[in-house]
Design a protein around this ligand. Sequence first.
Ligand SMILES: [Zn+2]
Length: 121
Amino acid sequence: MDPEMRKRYEVVRVQDLVDFYAEKDVTPRCSLCESTFFNIETIDSTKGSTELSVDSDFRNQMAVCEMHGPYKTWTFYPLSCDTCGTFLNVDAEKLLKWTEEKRLKNAGEKASVGNASESEA
Ligand SMILES: [Zn+2]
């Protein structure tokens, strides 16, 4: 993977995944056993089973993987079911795009808050 691209993918944190699913109103569940506990590989390798709940305060950067198809390379964040080991692969492109838009939106909100307090002073 292109190192620049890898850097982009590595801005996504576990919390972003939690927020992503919350916005879609989806609870990630194992497709086989319906467990909501997954192991997620993170770059600082603080591994552990994490329930992907909205109030999770995990902030670790997620490790990205790739799969080579005949015409396309797929990038994904793998979640491994803590109970039965089934993998749930999250499309990294989709999640990255969503996360980057969220970051821009948050930055915009912060900037407008800053301007408001400046005009008060
Ligand atoms: Zn399972």
